[in-house]
Design a protein around this ligand. Structure first.
Ligand code: NAD
Ligand code: ZN
Length: 355
């Protein structure tokens, strides 16, 4: 079990919920109330256990259960959280607890950033994607019309508690989605990480808790490294968006039929192919690892024009030039300001099935 103390907050990786009361000590008390926010899928699996475990850590606990799914990540459902907070008379000193995947984490984070101009919240991420990525770094928010994460705030959780036992019930697609972000981490930082993943791929396929714990630890370190360097994404934090330009475009054009991490995997392969100095063998190695982790490496046929339209609408793209995170070599990211449409078309052709 690792304990990671940073200037911002603590991240705990544990095997189940039993260490929670102790970990909560520094942020909870009998004087505080807590509102647990979760979704209807996660509630069935972990809500009772969580409530029982932390009962003694707060003066009162209420629950707000949202419908599961990205389509409910909107302001309407943020209002449900405010309503639940109001119903239990949640005050400035109290806190919210996000129990769930990235959707619940982003929404609870945003609700707690705005309720009473900001109250504390903690993250108990239950998907691999949320444990390795979305629960760390303080980005919170909701979608608005068809714009993903358009409305949001930076709001750091007081602590993050990831439990390995949550990952056992995760559907294959969701597990693979987290692997998409993990492989991305290994491409942008820490040269030892990709070999580690390759070496332990069987254990990762079997969801071996010890290897998962080490993997999540390494991924958290990488995310933390970039977030601490640049919390508000003016510079180096952008490197975490490797694979995300084309990834987001595909996610949108495919109408969210692929998971986020799956789109990041497509985008990462395409970005790797846009890099000048990455060897073919390295790309093949990454592709094989993705396949072993349950990720597809050929995207369904989508219209190139739609992808370009989505790319130019991406809120991360400045003016007309298409900005991409690329690699000088493995684990050495930089921002490429101007990539021609022709080069992008070439990689789309390479990784997209033709009808
Ligand atoms: P999700 O929260 O929708 O969870 C996926 C599904 O798995 C849901 O149906 C959920 O009910 C279910 N689930 C959750 N935990 C489970 C478990 N342990 N066992 C079985 N089922 C479980 O999706 P996600 O992939 O976790 O998160 C995606 C969201 O994260 C997106 O909205 C994305 O924008 C956001 N995100 C945010 C950041 C950030 O920095 N804030 C980074 C990456 C992604
Ligand atoms: Zn992502």
């Amino acid at each position: 079990i690792y304990q990671e103390d940073s200037l911002i907050y603590s991240i705990f990786l544990e095997k189940d919920f039993s260490a929670l009361p102790e970990r909560l000590n520094s942020v909870s008390s009998k004087k505080k109330k807590a509102l647990i926010v979760t979704d209807d899928q996660v509630a069935k699996l972990f809500l009772e256990d969580l409530k029982n475990t932390i009962q003694e850590s707060f003066s009162a606990i209420s629950v707000c259960i949202l419908p599961a799914g990205e389509e409910y990540k909107d302001l309407e459902h943020i209002q449900k959280i405010y309503q639940a907070a109001l119903d239990m008379e949640l005050e400035r000193k109290d806190m919210m607890i996000a129990l769930g995947g990235g959707v619940v984490g982003d929404m609870t984070g945003f609700a707690s950033a705005s309720y009473l101009r900001g109250i504390d919240f903690i993250q108990i991420p239950t998907t691999l994607l949320a444990q390795v990525d979305s629960s760390i770094g303080g980005k919170t928010g909701v979608d608005f019309y068809h714009y993903k994460n358009l409305i949001g705030a930076f709001h750091m959780p007081k602590l993050v508690y990831s439990s390995m036992h949550c990952l056992l019930s995760l559907p294959k697609v969701q597990y693979a989605s987290g692997m998409g972000e993990i492989i991305k981490h290994a491409l942008i930082h820490n040269e030892k990480y990709l070999p580690y993943l390759l070496e332990h791929k069987e254990a990762l396929q079997e969801r071996n808790p010890e290897i998962l714990l080490e993997t999540i630890y390494q991924s958290n370190r990488i995310k933390k490294y970039f977030v601490e360097k640049d919390p508000y994404e003016h510079g180096d934090r952008k490197f975490l968006n490797f694979g995300h330009s084309l990834g987001h475009a595909i996610e949108k054009v495919a109408d969210f039929s692929y998971s986020h991490g799956q789109c990041v995997a497509f985008g990462s392969l395409m970005a790797l192919s846009l890099c000048k100095n990455i060897a073919k063998e390295d790309i093949l190695k990454v592709q094989e690892l993705m396949e072993d982790m349950g990720l597809e490496t050929r995207c369904k046929a989508l219209k190139y024009e739609d992808i370009f339209e989505a790319l130019s609408k991406d809120k991360k793209q400045k003016n007309q030039h298409l900005q991409f995170v690329l690699l000088h070599h493995l684990c050495s990211p930089y921002i490429e300001e101007d990539i021609s449409k022709e080069r992008i078309e070439a990689v789309l052709k390479q990784y997209m099935r033709s009808e």
